[in-house]
Design a protein around this ligand. Structure first.
Ligand code: APR
Length: 232
């Protein structure tokens, strides 16, 4: 790990599981009792905006009630102490990376604590609910939606992500099932550019075969141990 100068970390719901936030595809996963097409697509929002607003009001409240765990804090330590380049690309909509001390974080699927006005396009930090149609602070219209990338929408800042991956010499995937693209394809891009690929996950993922090394276990144990190796 000594000669690593440029790290890209991809995280998924598994890194926040031990903070009490549900993952999506486990047997008790979020998508079990909230069909994706109803709550995580633009069509679902058009069909039943109240259902979708309530779903994300619940996610937002859950995020605010959660605390970063040892894995988030270890990545915060890496961010503070690693002298090379580091980018944490997260599929998660929680702010636990930031509250765990990381600053170089990119939310490719949006953020639970951000809302987006469909009338004036403004985005706002938001810790309240949207179910009652509050007026947009910028334009006054009751037209705000969750600032979440839904299925069928383009993830955020993809060019920046692929540029970072093309320059990485280490790509680390933490707590993701490798079920959803484009994130699930990042490991192959990293390897195409000569990066080493490490996976830290509770169980083998759909992408495990693309990694040089997969370590199985809880993020709260695997991530601090790995950060300790990198910081030597
Ligand atoms: N430590 C490490 N890994 C864990 C832990 C844990 N404590 N608990 C669960 N995991 C792993 C699971 O084994 C699984 O592989 O985390 C992964 C979670 O997978 P998903 O529930 O599919 O979540 P994720 O991969 O983040 O989903 C990607 O899909 O639905 C969309 O937008 C949504 O961002 C999400 C994307």
């Amino acid at each position: 790990m000594r000669d690593i100068r440029n790290i890209v970390v991809l995280t998924g719901a598994g890194i926040s599981a031990e903070s009490g936030l549900r993952t999506f595809r486990a047997e008790d996963g979020l998508w079990e009792d909230h069909p994706v097409e109803q709550v995580a697509t633009p069509e679902g929002f058009r069909r039943d905006p109240d259902l979708v607003q309530r779903f994300y009001d619940e996610r937002r409240a859950g995020v605010m009630a959660a605390e970063p765990n040892a894995a988030h804090r270890a990545l915060g330590r890496l961010d503070a102490e690693f002298s090379g380049d580091l980018l944490i690309v997260t599929q998660n909509i929680d702010d636990l990376h930031e509250r765990g001390g990381a600053s170089r974080v990119l939310h490719m699927h949006g953020e639970a604590l951000s809302v987006w006005c469909t009338s004036c396009d403004a985005r706002h930090q938001w810790h309240a609910t949207l179910r009652d149609g509050p007026p947009c602070p910028a334009c006054g219209e009751p037209a705000m939606r969750p600032d979440i990338v839904w299925f069928g929408e383009m993830p955020y800042r993809m060019e920046e992500i692929f540029r970072a991956i093309s320059q990485a010499d280490l790509f680390v995937s933490i707590g993701t099932s490798g079920a959803v693209y484009p994130a699930a394809g990042f490991v192959q891009s990293a390897r195409d550019h000569g990066a080493r690929a490490l996976e830290l996950n509770l169980e083998a993922s759909l992408g495990s075969r693309f990694f040089h090394e997969t370590r199985l276990g809880k993020a709260s144990e695997l991530v601090p141990a790995w950060v300790g190796e990198v910081l030597g």
